[in-house]
Design a protein around this ligand. Structure first.
Ligand code: AMP
Length: 397
């Protein structure tokens, strides 16, 4: 039986939680987006309530050579104090004597935050001796950092081997895996994947893995032009990855074989330069003139995609349909976001994941109108690609 937070007895235990506190800070070291901290609070509070003494460890940014003021986790303390309703202690080195002493005297319900793990290069190298030092601070290990679950780092994977009987997922990890599984393992048919974004290269493994799992694949964004060109279409100056034309053809052939309906836009919004104020017009997506580039899907495609989305029972959305950061090329992305919200209101399960689709769903204020918004980024994408995530495997093994 796997351990979990709800059933485990934390009374009197020191609990080391790997959280993802990699939040953006401004020049005054203030947090500009606290989503990741907010997400971690339920796990922390539950363990405190159940009598555990909590030791938090995380990375922040990408320090190159040891400690750097701008990457210090101490900047998070005022916010954590408020959110947790307690005075969070701090060890200005994640290992060593001070950390050991502060961990040793920590009482049930108290919280100790360790300094940035990545001040040691051993963290990203997955160094076992470093992991062992961290492990020595606690009795129980909880991994709640889904955002780094695809990395075999010391604190996300290697450390778990020192807690063979006392390791578990936190709520974020549990929820992310459960909700992604609802699409890729237990999705109710018809299942539709809506994929967009700039490049095929970042998405091809997802497409390939989804080809035997979903009923419909909808393609939009910059990557549609590689598929259109592969089919012999004229794409003008649109974004194209010429080295992937064969790969795109193979994916479409496999879709045909496995009976997956593969939808490409029939029309596009084209522009004479990459600029919100460029001249623009609608055009057949397969007949884009030279000197023009496709920056959004057209209204006919928007309507067609909406119909498919609204007749689906399970929807996965990753990547915008166009350059949605520019108002004049945001319609397609906005339409898809609204169609997914509508389908969800009618009973579909919808999962939104990947940086830009999350930004889009927030921009249109629809985050609470879809079933689940994944915070996982790269980890989520790798999980959908069918890869084993080291952070997940370390807990399950
Ligand atoms: P990705 O990170 O691969 O999901 O790509 C997201 C980015 O793709 C966003 O910044 C969009 O502006 C960009 N994008 C979407 N459609 C296009 C397009 N037709 N041409 C160029 N870039 C695009």
């Amino acid at each position: 039986m796997m351990n979990n937070i709800d059933t485990y007895d934390f009374t009197g235990k020191k609990v080391l939680i790997r959280v993802d506190f990699n939040v953006p800070l401004n020049e005054q070291y203030e947090i500009t987006d606290d989503t990741r901290i907010r997400a971690a609070i339920p796990t922390i509070q539950k363990i405190r309530e159940k009598g555990g003494a909590v030791i938090l460890m995380s990375h922040l940014g990408r320090p190159k050579n040891g400690p750097e003021e701008k990457f210090s986790l101490k900047h998070l303390i005022p916010d954590l104090n408020k959110k947790l309703g307690t005075e969070v202690r701090f060890a200005d080195d994640c290992i060593g004597e001070q950390a050991r002493e502060k961990a040793a005297v920590l009482q049930p319900g108290e919280v100790l935050l360790l300094e940035n793990l990545r001040f040691y290069k051993e963290e990203t190298k997955g160094d076992e001796a470093f992991a062992k030092k961290l492990a020595g601070l606690a009795d129980v290990y909880v991994n709640d950092a889904f955002g780094t679950a695809h990395r075999a780092h010391a604190s996300t994977a290697i450390i778990a081997r020192f807690f063979p009987k006392a390791k578990m997922f936190g709520y974020i990890m549990e929820n992310e895996l459960k909700n992604i599984d609802k699409v890729i393992k237990e999705g109710e048919k018809p299942i539709t994947a809506v994929l967009g974004g700039a490049k095929v290269s970042g998405k091809i493994e997802i497409i390939n893995n989804l080809l035997d799992k979903v009923d419909n694949i909808i393609i939009g964004g910059g990557m549609m032009f590689t598929f259109i060109k592969a089919l012999g279409g004229e794409v003008g100056n649109s974004l194209v990855e010429d080295d992937l034309l064969e790969t795109a053809k193979e994916a479409m052939a496999k879709a045909e074989e496995t009976g997956v309906d593969f939808y490409l836009p029939t029309d596009a919004v084209i522009a004479d330069k990459f600029d919100n104020n460029a001249n623009r017009k609608f055009c057949n997506a397969h007949e884009i003139p030279d000197g023009w580039m496709g920056l959004d899907i057209g209204p006919e495609s928007g309507q067609a995609f909406k119909d498919i989305i609204e007749s689906s029972s399970t929807i996965l959305w990753n990547g915008p349909m166009g350059v949605f950061e520019m108002e004049n090329f945001a319609s397609g992305t906005c339409e898809v976001a609204n169609a997914i919200a509508e389908a969800t209101a009618n009973g579909a399960f919808s999962l939104i994941g990947g940086g830009d689709s999350v930004a889009a769903i927030n921009k249109y204020k629809l985050a609470d109108k879809v079933s689940y918004v994944s915070t996982g980024g790269g980890a989520m994408l790798e999980y959908i690609e069918g890869k084993t995530l080291p952070g997940v495997a370390a807990i399950l093994s």
